[in-house]
Design a protein around this ligand. Structure first.
Ligand SMILES: [Zn+2]
Length: 287
């Protein structure tokens, strides 16, 4: 039987890691992090969400042993960046023969088997990867399309790259990516179980968002991780890669980041370039 895979798709800096971690607390759900980059995460000696180095995490050792046996090759679990380019992916999706298809299918089955989970939550986000999962026979894909105000995305990216001292993606490129990625995810959503969720609605009413997403995959969890308004209690997950907030456990706040509203010129540029899709998603010109 195909494994239920719930992919959080859309642009980065939209709260996908927190959403994945919250879903990972539900009975029968396993939050895997950004599975698309698993090989690289192992290669770089990154830590699992539980805090152990990935190669020493007992959960991941069990998953890989069940997926690959003795020939244990985690190196096959890398969704190639170049193949994420939209046209290449659409071609590959039609042919249904992506070189990593077997490895990813084996890991989804292994996660379900070794952890007893019914739903695997993957926060890989990329549209190309979403199409790839849509073409996997062994994955029954459901999409949560996470959308955030494009001015908030651009602002959050700028902060992130400045912190790392890296050259950032300028407002124009950030806006164009927002214009392209969102409709591509929406188009796939017409073929699989699909829910569009705005980041702003998610952080303002996280309980509502989590219940709706659970219903999308036929689940009705009895216990939710929320402890108060704007607050949740998180147990560690076994996520590979993603935002550093994936290591946050215990009581964590769920709050709206709207620092972008204090920015001037770049908001105008991003706002102009993302019209009219921005309006269709309910993001008005004047915040
Ligand atoms: Zn772990």
């Amino acid at each position: 039987m195909a494994v239920r895979v719930l992919l959080i798709a859309g642009l980065g800096h939209s709260g996908s890691t927190l959403l994945g971690a919250l879903l990972g607390q539900l009975d029968g759900f396993f939050f895997v992090g950004e599975l698309k980059s698993t090989a690289r995460a192992f290669e770089r000696g990154q830590r699992c969400g539980c805090g152990e180095p990935l190669s020493e995490c007992p959960t991941w050792r069990g998953i890989l042993a069940a997926a690959f046996g003795d020939r244990g090759s985690v190196s096959e679990l890398e969704f190639d960046n170049s193949s994420a380019r939209a046209l290449g992916i659409l071609r590959q999706h039609r042919s249904g023969t992506h070189p990593c298809a077997g490895a990813f299918a084996a890991v989804f089955r292994a996660i379900a088997e070794t952890t007893g989970s019914r739903v695997v939550v993957d926060s890989s986000k990329w549209p190309g990867y979403a199409y790839f999962l849509g073409g996997l026979d062994d994955a029954d894909l459901a999409l949560v399309h996470l959308v955030r105000d494009p001015r908030g995305v651009a602002h959050s990216r700028r902060k992130h790259t400045a912190r790392l001292g890296e050259p950032g993606l300028g407002p124009a490129r950030s806006a164009m990516q927002w214009n392209v990625w969102n409709p591509v995810v929406e188009a796939l959503g017409r073929r699989v179980a699909y829910l569009r969720l705005r980041y702003e609605d998610f952080v303002n009413a996280p309980e509502d968002a989590v219940r709706k997403i659970a219903a999308l995959v036929g689940e009705a969890p009895l216990r939710l991780p929320f402890t108060a308004i704007g607050e949740a209690r998180l147990e560690p997950t076994h996520s590979v890669t993603g935002n550093r907030t994936r290591f946050d456990t215990g009581t964590v706040p769920i709050e709206l980041d709207d620092g972008w509203r204090r920015e001037g010129a770049s908001n105008g540029a991003v706002g102009a370039l993302t019209w009219p899709l921005r309006l269709r998603y309910g993001y008005r010109t004047r915040p």
